[in-house]
Design a protein around this ligand. Structure first.
Ligand SMILES: *[C@@H]1O[C@H](CO)[C@@H](O)[C@H](O)[C@H]1NC(C)=O
Ligand SMILES: *[C@@H]1O[C@H](CO)[C@@H](O)[C@H](O)[C@H]1NC(C)=O
Ligand SMILES: *[C@@H]1O[C@H](CO)[C@@H](O)[C@H](O)[C@H]1NC(C)=O
Ligand SMILES: *[C@@H]1O[C@H](CO)[C@@H](O)[C@H](O)[C@H]1NC(C)=O
Length: 230
């Protein structure tokens, strides 16, 4: 019992460190959301609705449809999935995928039948497998005096970028792009946040004023000083 608790805490801790947005395993249901996101390599539990008879099919990205499981309540032996990557647990009607791969992405359709074999409901679920955000890297260059361009890159699928800085109110940092141009001389920390549907990560870099700019800044300051003196 005690060991289980410790293990549970460790698991939560590891996921927080990796920036995963969902718990492991991810639990998806046909009757809740029509979209389901799972990180590459993560475990998935796909809960079936409580129906007497159903066929589970997948239509993958190449529009190929194949049957994964045929379930009949009257069967004495639990059915075996046609795809060795999946396991079926009869007791709680759950399909288990131990380690999600990109090829598992697709539209899953569940055709259900009543006791007489007549068509009942059709459920669909879009399963999307994404690689987690990793290796967020930042660098910047000076385009011309006073204009700096900050770059951000990361690994992972369907990345969205988002910027912030310790001077957020004075800066127009753009959301959604992996580069941002700053038109003023800055010495500050800029953070690039990267996320997709399954995880998020960030990195921070300290911007130092571009060389030419410190000179023009000096001139500007001197100009002001001279004006004041007049
Ligand atoms: C942040 O970016 C720097 C430089 O691009 C890189 O060396 C470092 O590993 C990154 N840190 C993380 C936590 O990704
Ligand atoms: C943008 O970044 C902030 C952190 O400053 C984060 O909390 C938020 O979820 C991000 N939003 C989007 C849409 O990326
Ligand atoms: C960027 O997105 C964050 C969070 O969604 C928001 O708080 C911020 O105002 C946005 N910044 C800009 C410049 O649109
Ligand atoms: C940037 O962040 C580092 C670490 O927190 C800090 O030491 C440094 O003073 C910051 N730089 C600026 C210009 O705020």
């Amino acid at each position: 019992m005690r060991i289980q608790v410790i293990f549970g805490i460790l698991l939560i801790f590891t996921q927080a460190a990796m920036g995963l947005l969902f718990q492991d395993p991810v639990v998806c249901r046909f009757n809740e959301r029509s979209q389901c996101y799972v990180a590459l390599g993560q475990r998935l539990h796909l809960k079936m609705p409580l129906e007497d008879t159903f066929n589970l099919k997948i239509t993958d990205k190449t529009s190929t449809t194949r049957t994964i499981l045929k379930y009949r309540k009257t069967q004495s032996n639990p059915p075996k999935p046609n795809d060795p990557r999946w396991q079926f647990v009869k007791d709680d009607k759950t399909m288990i995928l131990t380690s999600a791969e990109r090829s598992d992405s697709g539209t899953y359709t569940l055709d259900t039948y009543d006791a007489n074999g007549n068509n009942k409901d059709i459920y669909t679920l879009q399963l999307n497998i994404e690689a987690e955000v990793s290796s967020v890297k930042m660098w910047y260059s000076c385009l011309s005096p006073g204009v700096m361009k900050v770059y951000c890159s990361a690994d992972g699928d369907n990345l969205r970028f988002n910027w912030s800085s310790d001077l957020n109110t004075c800066l127009q940092l753009e959301n959604g792009t992996s580069t941002v141009v700053l038109n003023k001389n800055h010495h500050l920390n800029v953070t690039c946040h990267v996320e997709n549907h399954v995880s998020c990560d960030h990195n921070t870099t300290e911007l130092h004023p571009c060389p030419g700019e410190s000179f023009s800044l000096f001139l500007a300051k001197t100009g002001k000083y001279l004006k004041k003196k007049k």
